[in-house]
Design a binder for this molecule. Structure first.
Ligand SMILES: *Cc1c(COP(=O)(O)O)cnc(C)c1O
Length: 453
């Protein structure tokens, strides 16, 4: 393993996040009120989110938003993270391409999610909020928010997708160790949960349902806000800290990426690694390609429709312009729990619509094969989610080889898989399968959407 690391110092942690919306020629369509269809103002979001997060969500003018000292202070626990030249993987693939990855797995909770959990908890704390609720898929976001909430002295209730609650019991223990309350979703504790349990008694849960439960609890509890770990603009904003670091580190390596890749659930780590580089495409300085790697079983960017949809299953959230499979789409029980979400955030959806980025879908078995290859030559066992980015990077490296091109490929390693070993066990035992989504299923779910676009 002769992989080479590029390290920054604490002083190099960015002092501002990059708000790509300010630089987009075509802005994302506005988030709207489902009843009036009017664009939301920050005040409309105050009941749900912290005021600062609400303002960031709708900020279309400031390209740089300062990172508060309290947040940078906590980032210092593990940031800056390493950028690594994956020489072992290059050798395995015998490719002329240079492959780099940004290692976000070194955070205390093992993923990039802490980058947004800290500011979201901090903004709640700053305005005197005492309780927050959230949802979690594989448990990564819940773990990150549990740590951040504890740090700022806020109580947290987490709705965890039932299938993950059972598949990933250690993530539940992690959240409980940090002091959060964890509830398997769908649960009987909310109206949304009771309805779906009544309609589908064996339903194993989805992020969309868990979000409905968390939103419902936040809206019905005094001095309680809701935090979301992906999809929204302010979450993408916070994640740019990782791409901004990677930009400096690529300079240290004296290279610039031809392709930037991130796995794709709701879009936060992909946004984080891509947006800082995308601004140089906007300025005409580079022609980097940006590739989102989503699971074939939940293909919103490659096969979904561009339409207004709810962010959750019950329809409690505002309407978001998104590539979506429909909020009722029930994704297969793949092991990359963090990628089981029906839609993409509004910024990403606009960028995709305008052909400023691409998407590929990766079958489950290809993702695990890539994860195992990566573990064997780079030493890090990737999260099943991150393995989708690795699989896409491998496809690009093979293509570069066929075309005889010395390309530079950068992907984000969004997390490690040390809490996902039950999934690797099943893969190694040959128990996992691919899932096909029939066109008719996508059509049935997207046909139900109101045609606003
Ligand atoms: C949550 C998660 C993802 C997917 O979420 P995005 O918002 O699309 O980044 C990917 N990788 C890991 C490790 C995660 O925890």
């Amino acid at each position: 393993m002769d992989s080479k690391k590029f390290l920054l110092q604490e002083k190099d942690i960015p002092t501002a996040w990059y708000n790509i919306v300010a630089d987009m020629k075509t802005k994302p369509r506005p988030i709207i009120n489902p009843g009036t269809k009017q664009p939301l103002k920050p005040e409309d979001l105050f009941p749900l989110f912290s005021e600062e997060a609400s303002r960031q969500e709708l900020n279309t003018t400031d390209a740089w938003i300062e990172i508060p000292d309290e947040v940078r202070e906590m980032y210092r626990i593990w940031r800056p993270t390493p950028l690594v030249r994956a020489a072992g993987l290059e050798k395995l693939l015998d490719t002329p391409a240079h492959i780099y990855f940004k290692n976000e797995s070194v955070s205390p909770v093992g993923s990039h999610k802490l980058n947004s959990a800290i500011p979201q908890a901090y903004f709640c704390k700053k305005q005197g909020v005492t309780n927050i609720t959230t949802e979690t898929g594989a448990g990564q976001w819940g773990a990150a928010l549990s740590l951040a909430a504890k740090h700022f002295g806020i109580e947290l209730a987490v709705y965890m997708v039932k299938i993950s609650y059972e598949q990933k019991p250690y993530r539940r223990s992690i959240m409980q160790t940090y002091g959060a309350e964890v509830i398997a979703s769908p649960s009987m504790s909310t109206k949304a949960g009771r309805k779906i349990i009544t309609d589908h008694p064996n339903y194993q849960g989805s992020l969309g349902t868990a979000i409905s439960e968390a939103v419902e609890l936040a809206m019905s509890t005094p001095n309680c806000k809701y935090c979301l770990g992906s999809v929204l603009n302010h979450v993408a904003l916070h994640q740019t800290v990782l791409g901004l670091e990677a930009e400096k580190q690529m300079e240290m390596a004296d290279e610039y990426p031809d392709v930037v890749i991130g796995c794709f659930g709701g879009g936060s780590n992909f946004s984080g690694i891509s947006f800082p580089f995308m601004r140089h495409n906007f300025a005409g300085e580079h022609k980097t390609r940006f590739v989102a790697a989503e699971p074939a079983s939940c293909p919103k960017l490659t096969r979904g429709v561009f339409q207004y949809d709810f962010g959750d299953e019950a329809g409690y959230t505002p309407l978001i312009p998104m590539y979506t499979l429909g909020h009722n789409f029930a994704p297969a029980n793949i092991h990359a729990g963090g990628l089981r979400y029906h839609g993409a955030g509004s910024i990403i959806s606009q960028l995709k619509h305008d052909n400023l980025m691409e998407a590929v879908d990766i079958p489950q078995l290809e993702s695990f094969a890539a994860g195992v290859d990566f573990a064997r030559c780079e030493g890090i066992i990737p999260a099943p989610e991150s393995a989708h980015a690795i699989a896409a990077a491998i496809r690009e490296a093979k293509r570069a080889k066929e075309e005889g091109k010395k390309e530079t490929i950068l992907f984000n390693l969004s997390g490690h898989g040390l809490i996902d070993m039950a999934s690797y066990d099943r893969y190694l035992a040959g128990d996992l399968t691919n899932y096909d989504v029939p066109d008719a299923e996508i059509k049935a779910n997207t046909d139900m959407l109101e045609k606003i676009i």
